[in-house]
Design a protein around this ligand. Sequence first.
Ligand code: HEC
Length: 145
Amino acid sequence: MSQPATPHRPSAAYRYLFVGVLGLVVGLIATVMVSRAIQARQDPFPDALMHVMNRQVQLLQDAQAQNRCTLADSVPRLQTLRSLSNDVDLAFPGLKDSQGFQQHASALRATLNQALAAPPTDCVGMGQLVEKIQNDCKACHQDFR
Ligand code: HEC
């Protein structure tokens, strides 16, 4: 005579494992939710502005490195940078009343004004200009970032 089949009971070890994994998953979801909520409270504008400016400088640098140094390569980037540089006050309302911040922002705008008035006509000039722009960026970051 065969014995009646005993119902398949998971062992205690499996139950602990299951609860452990469940805890990890719930913890992970909670972490993602909390970090999303924190992110949502921050204004994305300042970082976005800086990242777009950064890309424009990078594109200038890439063009120069590839020997593409005509006005068509540089002027659109310089115009975009010049327009964006008007918005640093808007992006950093907490810093805009600082005199140093204004000086750095103004120095960047002056560099871009000069560059637009007399855009570089060769790659040597374009290389120098990229370096000058990057120095203006760095000067503000050293004091305010
Ligand atoms: C007048 C001041 C000022 C000037 C000029 C300036 N920045 Fe910034 N930048 C800041 C500040 C302040 C931060 C820090 C922002 C933050 O942490 O929220 C920053 C942060 C950044 C970041 C990091 C953003 C991030 O997500 O953490 C990049 C990239 C950047 N700047 C690029 C540039 C480039 C490229 C230029 C020049 C074309 C430039 N910045 C000019 C003030 C300036």
